[in-house]
Ligand binder design. Structure first.
Ligand code: SAM
Length: 227
């Protein structure tokens, strides 16, 4: 029996990498990386010299067997994504499931993720929430946005910068001016921005920007929330 570690890595600030995460990456036999070049920067910074191989959304179905073979031969493997927690809008679930199914130990090494970092900072209720991840670009998008607008509890969406305004406007159609929303941009980075307000004014503010850049999480309060 071997161990598959799912190791969280920084979402923008290298100092958020935990000593334990470094220790685990130094202890394993091989590291599966979403992108070996991206992870190379982190691994080099922490002087972690272990063999790496790629494991990303386009090859994970095929490469999961490779991970199981390595575990079956007694090797301990770590899985890291480009940023944050593996499995959270990133590869991870298939590998963890396969490791469990083959009788191996699965251990997650906690650390940064954009979801809980945005939730902690947004000042909206986070005792209960639904994580929507990335919304589909076309088919089913309206239905999901309507469900977010109707939800009684807080929702969290990962959105790309060039689709943010479109998302806010679409949400506005169903949720109206008063809904409380927080746009968390570039979390943990130099230009971190937490823009919180009611949807009508937020749509106006973000429409006035020349361009939107960076990585974004949107937190939407539940229907019925007021302050
Ligand atoms: N596994 C990651 C996690 O644990 O949060 C998520 C990876 S997903 C491919 C990338 C998305 O996460 C970005 O498009 C953005 O929505 C969000 N994200 C990642 N880093 C972020 C940051 N520093 N600030 C805001 N959002 C971020």
């Amino acid at each position: 029996m071997a161990t598959l570690y799912l190791v969280a890595t920084p979402i923008g600030n290298l100092n958020d990498f935990s000593p334990r995460a470094a220790e685990v990456l130094k202890s394993v036999d091989q590291i599966a990386c979403e992108d070996t070049r991206t992870s190379g920067v982190l691994l080099q910074h922490y002087q972690i010299n272990k063999p790496t191989f790629s494991f990303h959304q386009h090859n994970e179905h095929q490469k999961v067997g490779h991970i199981v073979n390595l575990l079956n031969s007694g090797l301990n493997i770590a899985l890291i994504s480009d940023a944050g927690m593996p499995g959270i809008s990133d590869p991870g679930f298939l590998a963890a499931r396969a490791a469990h199914q083959n009788g191996h130990t699965v251990s997650a090494i906690p650390g940064p993720d954009a979801l809980t970092t945005a939730l902690a900072a947004c000042g909206l209720p986070c005792d209960r929430f639904v994580f929507e991840g990335f919304l589909p670009p076309k088919k089913g998008r309206q239905t999901r946005i309507r469900a977010i607008a109707d939800s009684d509890i807080t929702s969290v969406v990962y959105e790309s910068p060039h689709k943010l305004l479109r998302f806010l406007k679409q949400l506005h159609e169903f949720a109206g001016d008063e809904r409380w929303v927080c746009v968390a941009r570039e979390l943990t980075k130099k230009f971190e921005e937490i823009d919180r307000g009611q949807l009508g004014e937020l749509c106006k503010r973000w429409s006035e920007r020349d361009s939107v850049k960076g990585e974004i999480v949107v937190v939407i309060s539940g229907n019925g929330y007021s302050e």
